[in-house]
Design a protein around this ligand. Structure first.
Ligand SMILES: *[C@@H]1O[C@H](CO)[C@@H](O)[C@H](O)[C@H]1NC(C)=O
Ligand SMILES: *[C@@H]1O[C@H](CO)[C@@H](O)[C@H](O)[C@H]1NC(C)=O
Ligand SMILES: *[C@@H]1O[C@H](CO)[C@@H](O)[C@H](O)[C@H]1NC(C)=O
Ligand SMILES: *[C@@H]1O[C@H](CO)[C@@H](O)[C@H](O)[C@H]1NC(C)=O
Length: 490
């Protein structure tokens, strides 16, 4: 009894608190206002919570982020080649030997594998997207800014890659940058000085064997180890000093290039000189000690994703049922559970009228729950953290606006009817579809039907599936002989 009384009292108090804060705020909590089509909070949210993951960075192959990080002492790297020479200057290594094995040439050439170890924490910059893909349609753009001071598609080729590494290493020298991290199926690291911060632990001549098909397939499958969150954890990023080209304050010249473009066509080519210089200046001024805010942004973003990713997918398939009345009933039930923490006791539709303003406090509570405390300390955050805060805010806001709007429409119907009418289904379906498109989360790209047990679901990408690399259709690929599912590998 006491507990029940306490809860009732608490809900009254809390409702009042919510309402007071609502009245305080100049911000609009109108459920009918769509996000500005030029805003990028959801794109920052999705790209940042996808860092170092193969799947989303293959789907959206043109990266937009430059992120500082460290590779801890003791981390192993692999460098494969056709001769026993040990590099002394800058060279490529991979985090997985399956990748390095490809660089022992194919047949007829012996295979020498160097294993290296980091002897101290290495300071790195990571370029997201499929940033090791030497194709002129976007993946290399962000690197170009630091390499040449401009995006130069004609240099986005294999032939320019050594020159690129040398220029990047020269650029990073004064900043103490030891290495750059890129991805093409799997992660590779350009180490600027093979005799500084790394040590060769072994140099082994491996068995003479052809690259195709086993090693090519095993490289491709190794990418799947880093498909999804938390991704390649051997690289530890500092999100509190990252730079995003989706930051509209940093790179306003890119806004007009995105208008009317599919997200996969977003790239950094088109950035103007002023914005290019601002990006370079931000990298030069980058602090290498993490913010003192103490906020774990990666986990915060993942907590928001976890709350909604599966639920939106289930909601979408619920609304696909052929019996509309049944679909509406089940979808409403799912909205009730999703919005449980935000459905205030006081938020009930007025007896007459059709608006949804009565649901605004629910919208606001839902939209602000993850960010209001951090927002109260905004002045102590770094510029990058302010960008992240805004991303979490805009993303939460639109998820909550959509779901609370749907719930409010159902609750209005229940005033005069014993059940949710099937006629709501078409509208709800388009709302959920629009929201999921806007969010663009790659967890919803799946092999349907699911793959057999001797197969894995693989998202093709360069360098192997050149005609499929930008199509974003995952396929089931066999894990061992006879290989199938991947037309480009013989
Ligand atoms: C590489 O590092 C070694 C050891 O710190 C140093 O002696 C050498 O000058 C460096 N090489 C370059 C090209 O910076
Ligand atoms: C979006 O950006 C374009 C290009 O800068 C501009 O013309 C348009 O007015 C903007 N739209 C809104 C709604 O702000
Ligand atoms: C919903 O149904 C349509 C058409 O039948 C289909 O294309 C789509 O994949 C289905 N979506 C879900 C989430 O089941
Ligand atoms: C994929 O890239 C090729 C060129 O590399 C282009 O012609 C094609 O339109 C792209 N397809 C998609 C779906 O973006």
């Amino acid at each position: 009894m006491f507990l029940f009384g306490f809860l009732t009292l608490w809900s009254v108090v809390h409702t009042e608190v919510t309402q007071i804060r609502l009245a305080d705020s100049g911000e609009e909590w109108n459920l009918n206002v769509l996000p500005n089509p030029n805003s990028t909070g959801h794109l920052v949210f999705d790209t940042i919570s996808s860092l170092l993951q193969h799947w989303p960075n293959t789907r959206y192959h043109s990266g937009h982020n430059i992120v500082p990080g460290i590779i801890p002492t003791g981390t192993l790297f692999y460098h494969g080649r056709g001769d026993p020479h040990t590099p002394t200057t800058s060279e490529w290594v991979a985090t997985d030997p399956e990748f390095a094995r490809l660089f022992c040439d194919s047949t007829d050439v012996p295979c020498f594998m160097h294993t290296l170890v980091a002897t101290r924490p290495l300071r790195v910059l990571y370029f997201d997207g499929s940033s090791a893909t030497k194709q002129p349609d976007g993946p290399i753009d962000t690197q170009d800014i630091l390499t040449w001071g401009a995006v130069l598609p004609e240099r986005q080729t294999v032939e320019w890659d050594y020159k690129r590494m040398h220029r990047l290493c020269d650029f990073g020298h004064m900043l103490g940058i030891d290495a750059y991290v890129r991805m093409q199926l799997n992660f590779e690291i350009m180490i600027c000085n093979f005799t500084d911060g790394v040590e060769i632990t072994t140099l082994s001549r491996l068995q003479d064997e052809p690259r195709f098909p086993d090693y090519a397939y095993s490289f491709a499958h190794s990418s799947e180890w880093h498909d999804a969150y938390p991704g390649e954890t051997r690289i530890q990023l500092d999100l509190t000093h990252l730079i995003s080209l989706y930051d509209v304050a940093l790179a306003p010249s890119l806004i007009s290039h995105r208008v009317g473009r599919d997200r996969r066509a977003h790239r950094v080519f088109g950035i103007d000189k002023r914005d290019t210089e601002a990006v370079i200046a931000r990298v030069r001024a980058m602090s290498w000690s993490p913010s003192q805010s103490g906020i774990d942004w990666r986990t915060l973003f993942q907590a928001i994703r976890d709350r909604y990713a599966t639920r939106l997918e289930v909601l979408q398939s619920t609304l696909n049922a052929t019996d509309e009345d049944d679909a509406a009933r089940r979808a409403f039930g799912s909205l009730l559970t999703t919005l449980m923490p935000y459905r205030l006791h006081s938020a009930v539709p007025p007896p007459v009228g059709s608006g949804n303003a009565w649901a605004a406090p629910v919208f606001r509570l839902c939209a602000e729950t993850h960010t209001s405390f951090i927002g109260s300390r905004e002045s102590t955050l770094t510029a990058s953290e302010k960008l992240l805060l805004n991303a979490a805010r805009e993303t939460s806001r639109e998820i909550c606006r959509t779901l609370v709007g749907m719930w409010a429409a159902g609750a209005l119907e229940l005033r005069s009817s014993a059940k949710i009418p099937g006629s709501l289904v078409a509208k709800w379906k388009s709302e959920v579809g629009r929201l999921m498109d806007w969010l663009g989360w790659s967890v919803w790209v799946k092999c349907r039907p699911a793959c057999a047990s001797e197969e894995s679901c693989h998202l093709p990408g360069a360098p192997f599936s050149m005609e499929k690399w930008n199509v974003t259709e995952p396929l089931c690929v066999r894990l061992f002989l006879p290989y199938s599912g991947w037309p480009d590998i013989p």
